[in-house]
Design a protein around this ligand. Structure first.
Ligand code: MN
Length: 227
């Protein structure tokens, strides 16, 4: 047993539908994976190589509240399909990629857009806009054993009952197996790794008191109040 010199921090985890918890090792997030969102962010929707950034494992959490973060006045919602891996490796072929998926869920990639925008402008990394405390509210992970591999279906986010984001998983520029395969060329994927697969168009700001309702066909609805 390792002789830790301070108490070891807890293993970050997210709940599983039906009980238990999925331990989180790393969180990879893909950028601009729906053409309409790429366009709204001022980019060409053509199929360029995907790009990724990371959130911290402990940024993901299950709760019905999202505390409005500090140092921003422009916090945006991004509803995303969460992909949870049970195994990994390097150079995973596309046609074997889904063998590594344990389950799927609904996630919010909450973003301090003003800080992200400044970082983009200055050529700085995005962590300050993306990887802050409690920036990733998530719903429960649904096991592949129960739901299979969803590759189509509505992705939606409502704020106070009004639809703000809508899309379909079949509109992803890079599909889940392609994302896994691509990531595995650059990183060694392992059990516990999580991928947030990008957001459809319609991102926008939330205020304290707003209720976000994120849903994906077959994966339920995540209800989160901004506090
Ligand atoms: Mn995102």
């Amino acid at each position: 047993m390792t002789d830790f010199v301070i108490p070891a921090p807890p293993t970050p985890s997210i709940p599983v539908a039906g009980g238990g918890a999925f331990p989180v090792r790393r969180v990879y997030c893909i950028g601009r994976n729906y053409a309409a969102h790429a366009v709204e962010m001022g980019h060409d929707p053509d199929r360029e190589p995907p790009f990724f950034f990371q959130k911290n494992p402990d940024n993901l959490y299950a709760s019905d509240t999202f505390p409005y973060p500090a140092h921003t006045s422009d916090v945006h919602h991004e509803v995303e399909l969460l992909v949870a891996l049970k195994s990994g490796g390097t150079n995973i072929p596309v046609d074997k990629a889904l063998d590594h998926v344990w389950g799927y869920g609904v996630a919010l990639d909450m973003t301090r857009r003003d800080l992200q925008g400044e970082a983009k402008k200055l050529g700085r990394p995005w962590e300050i806009g993306k990887a802050f405390e409690l920036s990733g509210p998530v719903g429960p992970v649904h096991p592949v054993a129960k739901i299979g591999h969803p590759d189509a279906g509505r992705v939606e986010l409502k704020v106070n009952g009004d639809v703000r984001q809508e899309g379909d998983m079949n509109q992803m520029i890079w599909k889940v197996p392609e994302m896994i395969s691509y990531l595995s060329e650059y990183f060694e994927l392992q059990a516990g790794d999580v991928i947030l697969s990008g957001t459809p168009s319609g991102v926008g700001a939330v205020q304290r008191g707003d209720t976000m309702e994120a849903s994906i066909d077959g994966l339920g609805t995540l209800l989160v109040k901004v506090v």
